[in-house]
Design a protein around this ligand. Structure first.
Ligand code: ADP
Ligand code: ZN
Ligand code: ZN
Length: 751
């Protein structure tokens, strides 16, 4: 009862503290604030003189009829706006320390470079909880210290009844104290702590960091690994390293040793991984190597509260290792001393909506800004990074051997499907090879990048094909639940009994998907334990984790999977990988398709024979003599990259060109085109150092009832493209676009 009353009083005190009045009109300052609105400006608000505020703090301000959260970016003497139009800051949020200047600079850079509104850029970098107008409660044991304002405060001036607040301030005059200790002072100290934070007299701070930690050093490094570790550890200041290591060469071990070195120096390390790789297993793995080091992960799969807490641990410096997907590149890390980007070529580092940033590229900027090393790791680096390593901008580090002796790279065999009859998509030699693995009690993986039963359903009488009404795509047959589904817009319908056009009942599935291969293999190997891993079978939470356990425990003989299975997983008993129909990637309209296919096949092939057993990869293709397969058989990434770079150079594509893609979509056919034609005319009119292509329908010209088109502009100099964008973007902003949506994608990865 008593506790409640006190809490209530404390809360009233807090309201008194934070309510900002206009008592002192001569002592106002103008704060320029980033707000989550689609305008490329900051917003001016005034703050009464006495209110403590640091740049980087979150504030609550009136915007239209709402109260919204913003970030204080700058302080000004006066505003260009008329005085009567300037509203006041309502509250300053003191629940977490201000965002550091370094992060604000990074956000400004991203806003400029990606031509995305500064407010939306800044706010999208925060966890959802920190974008809400309510202050957040911190669970973690943060440390607190007196703020600048608090240091000048005379404790005796506080009202007598605020005993607990006085005791907290007295304690902090001696040294920073952990929140846990402060909260144990009295039953009302949580409320008192909150009140002091809100008043701006105390601030959260980093705990004193100890540089000693436990490191479980599992392996003696190979010479190549040691060389790589030494090169990075020796680096003083910024340096971008490309760690090119074949699959199984022990890149992770290099990361672990680098982490150890940086922890010893008292630093924080950020490891960026592709979306699909950040699993509890990976987290546990790093925990097991550094058992007493605080480690957090940051990704969109976390609950909002957990993500905010992890972010705060990173911001306070308490979390020394941060594992994260692309969004974690915007985490404040006061002691950041190394950034690692694993599988740097992975497409998931590029955000495909909103702020279309490349986390890898932003990471490089951030390392440069901070003057620290960054390591990009991959068995199949992006051509951009490889080109930079060739030209000397990045420092190339190589791991050419598998770490575990005597493991070697798998043999790769290409089967010509033009010469071999297929039974339900599977050739006799592949079936034989699977049979051999079954007898030896080894695992096989059949890789096919198409989920569902068959890519399309066809009427044999009239040639009708199952097409999506809302998209320019086919409906995929899913036999498990007898539906036709669109993988682009999600539309779904039951499989028709007869052809909707001619009424014939002879409808046939055309082509192969994971489900159909599963049925075929079950028919062929009735006793084998078969597991299909794709987005359909792993939809339920925890399903993929359970499956991975089955695979590891040897409860599975044959795996069928899409690209989900290609990456980063170590299945020691897997000795055969079969690749079905990869040919779409060989002659695609997307100029990056063959680069991606090589990366994917190298990754998936790398799953075979990782331990003491020799692996084999069998590829079924109509083009066995294609140079891609030649390089794949020879495990020669460098040769393949050379071929691609030559092609790109002569065709005038990245990495020799820098691109921006303007995409538009509208409900009426032609509207997006019309907008883009106006945009194109404006671009040509500017007459700058860029190539302006023609307006074209998108690769998927209609999706979810929207017609889509695009316009590509490129230049051989990044700076020329940026100069052009600075003039073109305001013109685009000024065009009437009520009926369409458009977006700019700088350094686009998808077309
Ligand atoms: P990559 O990420 O390059 O594909 P991993 O880091 O997964 O390779 O390493 C492959 C395997 O080699 C792992 O099982 C790892 O424990 C082992 N390994 C790595 N480095 C060494 C080493 N120096 N000595 C022995 N085993 C090692
Ligand atoms: Zn028909
Ligand atoms: Zn559709």
């Amino acid at each position: 009862m008593c506790i409640r009353e006190n809490t209530y009083i404390a809360q009233c005190d807090w309201l008194n503290f934070v309510e900002i009045t206009r008592e002192n009109p001569h002592n106002m300052s103008i704060i320029r604030i980033a707000l989550d609105v689609p305008l490329s400006t900051l917003f001016d608000y005034e703050l009464s003189g006495g209110t403590p505020l640091e740049i980087g703090q979150r504030v609550v301000v009136p915007f239209g009829k709402k109260e919204v959260v913003g970030i204080a970016m700058e302080r000004m003497e006066q505003s260009d706006l008329e005085v009567s139009r300037i509203k006041s800051v309502l509250r300053v949020l003191n629940d977490v320390p201000p965002l550091p200047m370094e992060l604000l600079t990074l956000l400004r850079f991203c806003s400029d470079y990606y031509h995305y509104p500064i407010g939306m850029t800044a706010l999208s970098a925060l966890p959802t909880r920190l974008r809400a107008v309510e202050p957040i409660a911190m669970k973690q044991a943060l440390f607190y210290t007196l703020s600048e304002a608090g240091k000048t405060l005379d404790i005796a001036d506080l009202p007598k009844r605020r005993i607990v607040q006085q005791r907290i301030l007295q304690a902090l005059q001696q040294a920073p104290v952990s929140g846990e200790q402060l909260r144990s002072l009295s039953s009302t100290s949580p409320a008192a702590l909150k009140a002091l934070l809100e008043a701006g007299w105390i601030a959260a701070c980093a705990p004193s960091s100890s540089t000693s930690h436990i490191f479980n050093n599992a392996h003696a490094l190979t010479d190549e690994q040691q060389h790589a570790v030494d090169a990075v550890v020796r680096q003083t200041g910024y340096g971008c390293f490309l760690l090119h290591g074949i699959t199984g060469s022990g890149k992770t071990e290099v990361y672990v040793h680098l982490m150890d070195a940086m922890l010893t120096r008292g630093g924080q390390v950020l490891l960026l991984v592709p979306e699909i790789n950040l699993t509890p297993q990976l987290e546990n793995y790093f925990r097991s190597r550094f058992p007493d080091v605080e480690l957090v992960s940051l990704h969109s799969g976390l609950a909002e509260g957990e993500r905010a807490q992890n972010w705060l641990k990173a911001q306070s410096g308490a979390a020394r290792i941060v594992l994260g997907t692309r969004l974690s590149i915007f985490t404040p890390l006061p002691k950041l001393s190394l950034i690692l980007v694993d599988e740097e070529h992975d497409a998931s580092f590029k955000q495909q909506d909103g702020l279309r940033y490349s986390a890898r590229d932003v990471a490089i900027f951030r390392a440069n800004q901070r003057g620290i090393p960054i390591v990009l790791g991959s068995a199949t680096p992006s051509l951009e990074s490889w080109h930079n390593a060739q030209s000397g901008r990045y420092i190339l580090l190589k791991l050419t051997q598998r770490a575990v002796q005597p493991a070697t790279l798998p043999t790769v065999r290409c089967l010509d499907v033009g010469q071999l009859p297929l039974q339900e998509g599977l050739s006799e030699p592949l079936l034989t090879a699977i049979g051999v693995r079954l007898r030896r009690k080894e695992q096989s993986l059949i890789f096919i990048n198409r989920r569902g039963y068959a890519p399309v359903l066809m009427c044999t009488a009239c040639g009708w094909l199952s097409e999506c009404k809302h998209c320019a795509g086919k409906l995929v047959l899913h036999l498990k639940d007898r539906t036709l589904r669109c993988h682009h817009c999600g539309a779904q319908q039951r499989v028709p009994k007869a052809c909707p056009t001619c009424g014939d009942v002879d409808l046939k599935p055309v082509g192969m998907g994971t489900q159909r291969i599963e049925d075929a293999l079950r028919a062929h190997f009735p006793d084998a334990r078969i597991l299909r891993v794709d987005r359909d079978s792993t939809r339920n939470k925890g399903a993929w984790d359970a499956m991975r356990k089955l695979i590891h425990d040897g409860e599975v003989d044959i795996l069928i999977g899409t690209q989900m299975l290609a990456k980063g997983h170590d299945f020691p008993n897997l000795t055969l990988v079969g690749v079905l129909n990869p040919d779409g990637g060989l002659y695609s309209a997307d100029f990056r398709a063959s680069e991606k296919l090589f990366a994917q096949l190298t990754q998936v092939g790398g799953r075979a024979g990782r331990a003491d057993k020799v692996g084999e990869v069998i590829v079924q293709t109509a083009f066995p003599t294609h140079p891609l397969f030649h390089a794949l058989r020879a495990h020669d990434y460098a040769a393949w990259a050379q071929i691609l770079l030559e092609e790109r150079r002569s065709a005038g594509f990245p990495p020799f060109m820098f691109q921006v893609l303007l995409s538009a979509e509208g409900k009426q056919e032609g509207e997006a085109m019309a907008f883009l034609k106006r945009a194109r005319a404006a671009a040509v009119e500017l007459n700058m150092q860029v190539e302006v292509y023609g307006v074209l329908p998108a690769a998927m010209p209609k999706r979810a009832n929207h017609y889509r088109a695009q316009l590509l502009v490129q230049s051989d100099k990044r700076k020329s493209l940026q100069d052009f964008l600075r003039r073109w973007k305001p013109q685009l902003d000024a065009m009437p676009t009520q009926r369409i949506r458009w977006s700019l994608d700088i350094d686009p990865m998808e077309f």
